[in-house]
Design a protein around this ligand. Structure first.
Ligand code: UDP
Length: 819
């Protein structure tokens, strides 16, 4: 029994482990003997568990051990380095929390070690000389965050904004002079040289407070809707400029929130005030790689989700900024620029056009700046892995073009992916602007052990450059935007993608004693939404895209099999369970087909429709897809699914797809997302927006989107029977009580409206821009010190690595040179 073990789970591992080892000394000596028996190596959690199992014969003893402190340590160990006679463990008892210990396999003595010591241990497996070199390059970005406050609770990770405003409130409340930075910040507010909110006459906090008092009493006496212009002059006499609000009511609210902050700062008023400060009108979003355009680009190399995300994001930003400008009573034209690469060989896209207005916006553009070298403009597309040598020059050119185009500096710069984030860091440092970064897919986590084995992969992927760029960007950035908690800190068992950059090493290149700490309050979750002009509820009959109905009818119900679809639905009265995803292993569409095939109860209740991949293996170039296509065919045959399944090839028209979700909702069906692991799960958001009850994987982002049993359901992709029964139970319940379907559909929509819309996203990110902008000023000295360190690292390390990446030979230049 666990209770017989006298350790608390809160004990540090180094403290508790010796006693735990002593209590099971005999078994543990056998276990450690197994660990070291194969000589030096890196062992992952699963291997550690297997070896532990094998070293024990007695089941009762084994169970007892697994329930105790040792079982807990080994279950929480992500990996261990075996260097006989030592085994060093990297233990992760909780998201974001790591402890490193070294155990002597013979005498079972335990020693707590630092992350850096652990990494040196690990390096010995790959590069002995480097590991032994006392002067090998070790970087510790954490060492410079001396006074930066840290979150402490794993459950608070990703709530940086909330934490910062609490911390700022207490900092501003410290003493008579503590409000001075806020006053200076307000005095500096302007748009193109025109003062906003206050002018230079209010040069002390006392004067400001008095002016606010007068203003509040005055506006309280006015009818609520009185326009600001009516009392603008009066305000100016008190030293107050425009920007407080468009009407007496709004002005009063803003004045009041600042008065409250000045009297006794509290996070609620601070947040309210900063959401109204007129600071962000011009935004730059960097996304250099790929073909960034609005038509005919999706699916081209390195061009996919990021483009869709950014275009939706821009529309949401513009709407929110316009609303804020109106609320502030200003008449400023905002500007949003998506800055990407200009590709002269545009392959029929508009990627060779310098400026392109963004659809459905009035003030947003795509601005394209080419990659230049000493020999001129690079004409062709370059892989995202190979573009590092161009980025420094690109950042310089882009900065100049942006300032030119905007007729001034932007107020906020946001980067995307490694290349965009590095460029954003260079430009924001140069121009002194608040920076946010986004990286929904960091390569280091995609390729297992790509840090320690970087040398093997470098020729192909240039990870030496990319991971260095990532480290520079994450540490330069004022805030980091993520879509979900798990993107930052993973789950109980699996580290998050940012978390895996906490302490890591690239032997022969650089050891990161602290890369980035997920308890840093710069981390924030702002989940994207789905475009609600496209993905809207099936109940909004007047908006429905009925023109697609005949095509969708054919797609779902015609009896023919062709290049578009295979199988048919014999009984069209049944509801449909629907899934749509790329046909690769991790999306687990074949898993869903198998669960369905095996579950007679489910088959009797519903039909299955999947939109995924190609249908003909000879047409696919992707090895994984070919395997999955063949597996689909095999399963349809094995479970005799014809008549109950419709398999439709990948679909690209998102308007039609949205109507497809809604037609599935008309059948009182459901959406199923069965992925083995899902980073975020856009289809889940889309389906829920359309009012479709949704079952989604409990592995990754969807587990955060859906509250199980309320706004949809979690399913375990590793337990097909349990999952298919859960779906069948739902449909049985709906058969007996049709209102249940409506309830889940409505509660799903409610969840979306409360947490997952682009409007919520834009509000949150603009608030980040504003609050972290002020936070930068409050921490100016420390920020500057860190910037120096980062510049040094950029100059001495990144530049050298980027130079070593071969630049593709431009065919045009080659022809011109006559080679
Ligand atoms: N999608 C599509 N056609 C398909 C499969 C997917 O248009 O055949 C769209 C889907 O509507 C969603 C996106 O591609 O907008 C997939 O996003 P998700 O987050 O589910 O998966 P990802 O492919 O980004 O891992």
């Amino acid at each position: 029994m666990a209770a017989s073990i006298s350790f608390k789970r809160s004990d540090s591992i180094a403290d508790g482990m010796p006693e735990a080892l002593r209590q099971s000394r005999y078994q543990m000596k056998r276990c450690f003997a197994r660990y070291i028996s194969k000589g030096k190596r890196l062992m992952k959690n699963q291997q550690l568990m297997e070896e532990l199992e094998k070293s024990m014969d007695d089941k009762v003893e084994k169970d007892k051990l697994m329930e105790g402190f040792l079982g807990y340590i080994i279950c929480s160990t992500q990996e261990a380095v075996v260097l006989p006679p030592f085994v060093a463990f990297a233990v992760r008892p909780n998201p974001g929390i790591w402890e490193h210990v070294k155990v002597h396999a013979d005498d079972l003595s335990v020693e707590g070690i630092t992350p850096s010591e652990y990494l040196k241990f690990k390096e010995t497996l790959y590069d002995q000389k480097w590991a032994k070199d006392d002067n090998a390059l070790e970087v510790d970005f954490g060492a410079l965050d001396l006074s930066t406050p840290r979150l402490t609770l794993p459950s608070s990770i990703g709530n940086g904004l909330q934490f910062v405003s609490r911390f700022m409130s207490s900092k501003l409340a410290k003493g008579p002079d503590s409000m001075k930075p806020l006053l200076d910040y307000l005095l500096a507010l302007n748009y193109r040289g025109e003062k906003l909110m206050i002018n230079d006459t209010l040069d002390t906090v006392n004067k400001l407070q008095t002016a606010l008092l007068l203003a509040e009493v005055f506006v309280s006496g006015l009818p609520r809707n009185t326009p600001f212009q009516k009392f603008e002059q009066r305000f100016q006499e008190w030293g107050l400029e425009k920007g407080w609000g468009d009407t007496a009511e709004h002005v009063k609210e803003t004045v009041n929130s600042l008065s409250e902050v000045l009297q006794a700062p509290d996070p609620a008023n601070l947040d309210k005030f900063f959401s109204r400060v007129p600071t962000i009108f011009n935004i730059v979003i960097f996304s250099p790689h790929g073909y960034f355009g609005q038509e005919n680009v999706l699916g081209l190399p390195d061009t996919g989700g990021q483009v869709v995300y950014i275009l939706d994001q821009v529309r949401a930003f513009e709407e929110e900024i316009l609303q804020r400008i109106k609320f502030m009573g200003l008449s400023i034209k905002p500007q949003i620029l998506v800055v990407t690469r200009l590709i002269p060989d545009a392959k029929g896209t508009k990627c060779n056009q310098e400026l392109e207005p963004i659809f459905s916006t009035s003030h947003s553009h795509i601005l394209r700046v080419p990659f230049r070298t000493e020999t001129g403009v690079l004409r062709q597309w370059v892989s995202r892995f190979d573009l590092y040598p161009y980025l420094e020059r690109y950042a310089q050119d882009a900065a100049a073009t942006i300032v030119d185009h905007m007729e001034g500096k932007p107020d906020l710069i946001i980067g995307n992916y490694s290349d965009g984030n590095l460029v954003a860091s260079l430009v924001s440092t140069k121009l002194g602007i608040t920076q946010g970064t986004i990286a929904h897919a960091l390569e280091k986590t995609k390729y297992e052990d790509s840090d320690v084995t970087w040398k093997e992969l470098d020729q192909k992927y240039h990870f030496s450059c990319q991971f260095t760029a990532d480290m520079i960007a994450m540490n330069t950035s004022d805030f980091i935007i993520t879509s979900s908690y798990q993107e930052i800190a993973g789950s109980k068992d699996k580290p998050g993608q940012y978390e895996s950059h906490y302490a890591f090493t690239m032997p022969g290149l650089c050891r990161y004693a602290t890369g980035i700490n997920v308890f840093d309050p710069k981390f924030n979750i702002a989940a994207p939404g789905a475009d609600q002009t496209v993905y809207f509820p099936y109940t909004q009959k007047q908006k429905r895209f009925t023109n697609f109905h005949p095509e969708i009818e054919e797609l779902l119900y015609s009896k023919v099999e062709n290049e578009e679809h295979i199988g048919y639905l014999a009984d069209r009265k049944k509801p449909i369970i629907f899934s749509m995803a790329r046909l690769d292993t991790v999306k687990n569409i074949t898993g869903l087909v198998e669960w369905y095939g095996k579950n007679k109860r489910l088959r009797d209740l519903v039909n299955l429709v999947v939109v995924a991949g190609l249908l003909d293996p000879s047409k696919s170039k992707d090895r994984e897809e070919i395997k999955e296509i063949n597996k689909m065919k095999f399963l349809i045959e094995k479970y005799q699914l014809t008549g109950q399944i419709r398999w439709i090839r990948a679909q690209t028209d998102r308007n039609r797809n949205s109507e497809l979700y809604r037609i599935i909702a008309d059948t009182k069906g459901a959406f199923v997302q069965p992925a083995l692991y899902e980073a975020f799960g856009l289809t889940v958001i889309e389906a829920m927006n359309c009012g479709l009850p949704t079952f989604a994987t409990n592995q990754g982002g969807p587990a955060e989107i859906i509250v199980d049993g309320v706004s949809g359901f979690h399913i375990n992709p590793l337990n097909g029977d349990e999952s298919s029964n859960k779906i069948a139970d739902f449909f049985e319940k709906c058969r007996d009580d049709p209102s249940y379907w409506n309830k889940v559909s409505t509660d799903g929509l409610k969840r979306i409206m409360e947490c997952y819309t682009w409007k919520i996203y834009a509000t949150r990110v603009l608030n980040m821009g504003s609050i972290y902008g002020f936070w930068r000023l409050l921490n100016k000295e420390e920020k500057l010190a860190k910037q120096r360190y980062l510049q040094l690292f950029y100059n001495l390390q990144f530049r050298r690595l980027a130079k070593a990446v071969p630049m593709p030979i431009d065919p045009a230049q080659q022809a011109a040179a006559g080679t």
